[in-house]
Unconditional design. Structure first.
Length: 416
């Protein structure tokens, strides 16, 4: 068996082993941040890193780092993604990126040693805590704290729907450490596309050129609790009715723009008192608006504000924008795009420049250091679903390209 074949077999074997943690009946995984299943996956990954000669550290928000110290005193080029998942999610989202980064880093060390090349930078890999944001909001929490976009104490004090804080949840899985002060020279991430562009084009490697904007709003509808039978219809202030109108209004917003220019969703609802014989007094939900340009989202929010006023009048409720999370769009470095494209071409893999509509930790990192993001195809574009799937051949191709990217970034390829 050749080295290339052995590398491919090891990647797929490790991926299947990792996918047993939090496995669901439909063949996906459920390992939301700081749950027992997430803790098991994290422990397995740390053991894998140690077995491959990485030095392992954990920081205060639960990010796991594996270090290959090749150049004493030098900064690190960092690579990774996330191991946590959505409920009833697929096996590939995030987890492939963490494992592929770890394999690529290990291969890069081997190849540099074999060639007698002393790199400019050390190499590190990372599992970012709570990228998904399904249990604790906001998403991309670990990388947001790492980059200073989110205060550590605010993050640790955030609660899930059951009232459990991030601090307590991490402590329950021994997930908090004390590591600090990582000097990062550049960052790279590989991920499944979560869309159908690459598959439709028949291209195995996506070169992410830019990100979409994401504006997220936590909305609270204030009504009045009352009896579902005896309360006159004209006297009701039904928070759930108003929230339902909001859900429809958010969907209808998309038809006021050109097709696929604006994406909207309501992904989470909490209803109080949630009783079958009581008119709801409060509904809390998250509105998710995404577009390529911030101007579209600003216009969409202005239209939504007008719709809110109408819904309040129709239902006798009060609708509050309780908080917001904003991620702006922006391009990735042209030198990084060229690096991915050259690595793909040298290995015989066609590549295609694409955009990312989904958020990734690379979105946080690219504002501070040179950053690259690589995609591999998702079958039928299915994601956040147990049926999420990427062919082994594409997983292998992505890891091979990423190995070249890691190797060259360790030699300073993005310094300019």
């Amino acid at each position: 068996m050749s080295t290339r074949e052995a590398d491919a077999a090891a990647l797929i074997s490790d991926f299947h082993a990792m996918s047993t943690f939090g496995v669901t009946p439909g063949g996906g995984v459920d390992r939301q941040a700081a749950t027992e299943a997430d803790g098991e996956t994290r422990s397995w990954f740390m053991g894998w890193l140690q077995g491959q000669g990485f030095r392992v550290e954990v920081d205060a928000i639960g990010n796991i780092f594996g270090f290959l110290d090749l150049v004493p005193g030098a900064a690190y080029v960092l690579f990774g993604s996330h191991l946590d998942s959505q409920p009833l999610a697929g096996r590939y989202d995030g987890a492939y990126g963490v494992l592929a980064a770890a394999h690529a880093a290990s291969r890069a060390r081997r190849d540099l040693d074999a060639a007698g090349i002393r790199p400019k930078y050390n190499i590190a890999v990372v599992d970012w805590f709570n990228e998904e944001g399904s249990r604790f909001k906001p998403s991309m929490m670990g990388s947001a704290v790492f980059t200073g976009r989110l205060d550590l104490e605010v993050a640790l004090g955030t609660t899930d729907p059951a009232g459990i804080t991030v601090r307590d949840a991490l402590d329950a899985i021994s997930g908090r450490g004390s590591f600090t002060d990582l000097d990062v020279a550049a960052y790279g991430e590989i991920h499944v596309e979560q869309g159908r562009g690459l598959e439709d084009a028949g291209i195995p490697i996506g070169v992410v050129a830019s990100t979409w904007c994401a504006y997220k709003y936590e909305i609270v509808v204030h009504g009045e609790q009352s009896h579902t039978g005896s309360t006159m219809m004209k006297d009701r202030r039904d928070a759930l009715l108003a929230a339902s109108k909001m859900v429809v209004a958010l969907f209808d917003l998309t038809s006021e723009f050109e097709e696929e220019v604006l994406h909207t969703s309501v992904g989470q609802l909490f209803v109080l008192p949630n009783s079958p014989v009581t008119v709801a007094r409060e509904v809390r939900f998250l509105a998710d608006l995404r577009a390529r340009e911030s101007g579209i989202l600003i216009e969409a929010f202005a239209k939504l504000t007008e719709k809110i006023a109408v819904i309040e009048q129709q239902t006798g409720t009060r609708i509050e924008i309780a908080s917001s999370s904003i991620w702006e769009s922006g391009p990735f470095l042209e030198s990084g795009l060229a690096l991915i494209e050259s690595a793909s071409a040298e290995l015989g893999y066609p590549s295609l420049r694409v955009l990312t509509v989904a958020g990734h930790d690379a979105t946080n990192l690219k504002e501070g250091v040179p950053t690259v993001l690589v995609f591999v195809p998702s079958v039928e574009g299915i994601s956040h679903n147990e049926r999420e799937f990427t062919h082994d051949a594409d997983l292998i191709a992505g890891a091979e390209v990423f190995t070249t990217v890691v190797t060259r970034m360790a030699q300073g390829a993005l310094d300019a």
